[in-house]
Design a protein around this ligand. Structure first.
Ligand code: AQP
Length: 346
């Protein structure tokens, strides 16, 4: 089997402010991987427009998410940071993948069903083929590792299926063009840590999400100390004290969620948290959780505000990142065209 050098790719949508789920489920792993791998972190603005975005707000949201990346600790010197629409290979490869992926595969995607809801006929085609664009994002860089939250697992599996089908369908052409047995790696999802699926603070069975109407369902990265404390105070819980072992969290989704959030913020396991807080009431645990969240998020929020006051600096980072990303993706896209048989005369 062809050996691919390890490379990390991941992205977040440019749909506004990030929340604690994005931070704990994805960003903490991005930061860890930045220390050991070549990483490409994208602000996925083409994904954002699969649902309506106000054109007057979109550019600001792209800068906002970029500022959040950097304020969280992504280093534009170490990692490539850019917005997706500035590198045309994403859209070009997505079209090729639209012709590789099968309708039946996309029909099984649960995120489309959730997001389209009852009004499926009125959903954009972009929303339906969103996973093909995600496969293109990753494979335009022949990335091998993709740190994401649990909710993206099914899309990652589809990316692997697309890569595999491309490698199979075009095997002879791939070999004839000197690329060996496989052109694309099968990217591995990296879904690790105690908070891979952060749940709504109002309902422990629903994912914490930007599109949830109630602001009390999520902690935004820019919430101030009072707001964070108030949201945790109002978070739904059950009347029992915390158990001393993780097994005791079974069938207690809200308790499990808060313990997972604490563990991820503190860099501990859930078992360690319960060693400390087993037997405690939520009235004691929630203030400790709020204090920890404020201590972790306040410096990020302050840094975001500072960065956002200088949009030209953010644009410079995105321009530099886009040029570095393009330098990797363009030759991959040229090779894909050769493999597929599309004529290149320049
Ligand atoms: N609740 C979550 N728990 C853990 N990880 C999460 N992620 C999102 N929500 C949670 C991870 O964050 C990364 C970026 O997500 P995205 O920007 O692509 O947006 P999303 O997954 O669509 O996030 P939302 O908040 O749920 O947005 P809406 O409401 O618009 O759908 C991904 O790695 C994701 O797994």
């Amino acid at each position: 089997m062809t050996d691919f050098p390890e490379r990390v790719f991941s992205g977040m949508q440019a749909t506004g402010n990030l929340h604690l789920g994005n931070y704990l489920g994805a960003m903490l792993n991005w930061l860890r991987m930045q220390e050991t791998h070549d990483c490409i972190y994208c602000v996925v603005d083409l994904h954002a427009i699969t649902v309506w975005q106000d054109p007057q707000a979109l550019a600001g949201n792209i800068r906002e998410v970029t500022a959040a990346y950097i304020a969280c600790g992504l280093d534009p010197e170490k990692s490539i940071i850019f917005n997706q629409s500035q590198v045309s290979a994403h859209a070009e490869l997505a079209w090729v993948f639209n012709c590789v992926a099968r309708l039946g595969w996309l029909n099984r995607m649960t995120q489309f069903k959730e997001k389209a809801g009852k009004d499926r006929e009125n959903a954009s085609i972009g929303l339906f083929v969103y996973p093909n664009l995600m496969a293109a994002d990753i494979l335009a860089y022949r990335a091998t590792h993709v740190p994401v939250g649990e909710d993206q697992k099914q899309h990652l599996e589809l990316s692997r299926d697309i890569a595999q089908k491309f490698n199979n369908d075009f095997a002879a052409s791939i070999a004839a063009h000197g690329h060996g047995e496989a052109f694309f790696p099968l990217p591995k999802p990296m879904i690790t840590g105690p908070a891979t699926r952060v749940m709504s603070l109002r309902d422990g069975t629903r994912k914490m999400s930007k599109s949830e109407p109630s602001e009390y369902s999520r902690i935004d990265m820019t919430d101030d100390a009072d707001t964070i404390a108030q949201k945790f105070r109002k978070a739904r819980t059950d009347p029992e004290p915390l158990p001393s072992e993780p097994d005791g969290l079974k069938d207690r989704p809200e308790a499990e969620n808060l313990v997972g959030i604490y563990a991820a913020l503190a860099g501990m396991t859930k078992a360690d948290v319960l060693k400390e807080y087993g037997g405690a009431q939520f009235s004691a645990f929630k203030p400790a959780l709020s204090d920890l969240a404020v201590a972790r998020l306040a410096p990020i929020s302050t840094e975001m505000t500072r960065l956002k006051s200088d949009p030209a600096h953010i644009d410079g980072i995105l321009a530099d990142g886009a040029a570095r990303a393009e330098a990797i993706a363009k030759p991959v896209m040229d090779a894909v065209k050769d493999i597929v048989g599309l004529l290149r005369t320049r």
